[in-house]
Write a protein that binds this ligand. Structure first.
Ligand SMILES: *Cc1c(COP(=O)(O)O)cnc(C)c1O
Length: 426
């Protein structure tokens, strides 16, 4: 596989961009080697700067549920661009997007659009603090909610461990108010509420964890979080930046029938352009400026191009049979991979939620960060590189979800399974 052009670009990039990238996971840091630079995408396929064609399971880390350059999205964005790219004044597209998102997601009556998932979760925390007058937040090990200071905390040990930031440069005061519990462990959350009476503003959770690989909530877990937050007067925040519009139009909250107080969205709702959103009941959202005292603003928020891409994407998703097709694709990939793993006798675990999937090099079961992090990341790196060489691009980290799109054909999926089989044999 020729990669000279990507190599040249990477050496130039490293001189001017930290690590050669604008977001760390793109640098292939956890699998080694030099990243491919992408030049073009169409459907489920991407072409790198040297012209190599790959089946793409990153899909921009989630947004491209329709695949690359979907005609409806390209048309909507092109038309919107011709009318002006930003006004800093309200537009009809924002109203349409808000109506569409609120009608699809059961717990939303009002929504505020921002520019990224990070902005959404950051604002959701501020809103929860404004609504409760409390300052502490509970998050879960291995959960990623964007790069907001208070949420860049993983904490290695102990249920009641006060947050130790995972990043340099975070004011210790921010981290101190972030309490961390293991995912899927309700008792740990109950203990945090007992130990911090009337101090916890909110629990923030990815209802289906997607940032330590895909980890599903165990039966009763989300219901339990709903009950314990309600009992203690705290809010429940569902971070549906990945799961929103991924599992169905109503997100994980509809799939599991658990209603959060605040929902954060991103990725798919921007159709590949920068968008995030947070929303909730009219009562909760009435605290947001200019209606209420919680300030939050954005020069490009509700941007016309982003709204156009989002609307075009969501309208495609509303067509009948969409999620059944995504489920069928996910199921075909999972079944094929399981057969291959069994045939090659590889101790691995596959987790899946619809069109999200992770292959953990780990006998499992994988229920949270403790079990996920016992994976053989060297084996994963070998698989990653072998697949890239045979034209299949999976996320360059063990701890990320593979994203299927409506554009992945049965032939793409079967070629992927065959490539995995060859890689495991080698
Ligand atoms: C990607 C992600 C975010 C952050 O979104 P950005 O647009 O990258 O800022 C937040 N929460 C979850 C669950 C995510 O997967």
């Amino acid at each position: 596989m020729k990669t000279t052009r990507s190599s040249e670009l990477f050496s130039r990039a490293r001189r001017r961009l930290p690590g050669g990238v604008n977001s760390p996971a793109r640098s292939w840091g956890s699998v080694g080697g030099e990243p491919l630079f992408f030049a073009r995408g169409q459907g489920a396929h991407v072409w790198d700067a040297d012209g190599n064609e790959l089946i793409d399971y990153v899909c921009s880390w989630g947004p491209l549920i329709l695949g690359h350059a979907h005609p409806a999205v390209v048309k909507a964005v092109t038309e919107a661009a011709g009318l002006g790219t930003s006004y800093g004044a309200p537009t009809e597209a924002e109203v349409q997007m808000a109506e569409l998102v609120c009608s699809a997601m059961p717990s939303l009556e009002m929504v505020r659009f921002v520019n990224s998932g990070t902005e959404a979760t950051m604002s959701a925390l501020r809103l929860a603090r404004a609504a409760t007058g409390r300052h502490r937040i509970v998050k879960f090990e291995g959960a990623y909610h964007g790069h907001e200071d208070a949420l860049l905390v993983k904490a290695g040990s102990g249920l009641a461990t006060h947050g130790v930031p995972t990043s340099a440069g975070i004011h210790p005061g921010y981290a101190a108010d972030t309490l961390v519990a293991p995912y899927n462990d309700l008792t740990a959350v109950e203990k945090l509420f007992r130990d911090n009476p009337k101090e916890i503003a909110a629990v923030i959770v990815e209802p289906i964890a997607g940032n330590m690989g895909v980890v599903l909530p165990v039966a009763g877990y989300l219901e339990g979080l709903r009950a314990v937050t309600r009992k203690h007067g705290a809010l429940l925040i569902f971070d549906e930046v990945i799961s929103g519009f991924r599992l169905g139009l109503g997100g994980a909250q509809a799939a599991y029938r658990v209603m959060p107080d605040i929902t954060t969205l991103g990725k798919i709702i921007g159709g590949g352009l920068p968008v995030g959103a947070y929303g909730g009941s009219a009562e909760v959202m009435s605290r947001v400026a200019p209606l209420g005292p919680m300030y939050q603003a954005g020069t490009l928020s509700g941007n016309p191009l982003a709204m156009a891409a989002g609307l075009a994407t969501l309208r495609e998703l509303q067509k009948p049979g969409t999620y059944e097709r995504l489920e069928a694709k996910g199921s075909r990939l999972e079944t094929g991979l399981r057969k291959t793993l069994a045939r090659r006798q590889v101790p691995a675990t596959i987790t899946r939620a619809g069109s999200l999937l992770t292959l953990f090099f780990n006998p499992g079961p994988v229920t949270g960060w403790d079990s996920a992090s016992r994976s053989d990341t060297r084996a994963f790196s070998k698989l990653f590189h072998a697949l890239a060489r045979s034209g299949v691009y999976i996320p360059p980290s063990q701890y990320e979800a593979w994203f299927l799109s409506l554009a992945h054909s049965e032939a793409d999926i079967d070629a992927t399974i065959a490539a995995v089989d060859r890689a495991l044999a080698a």
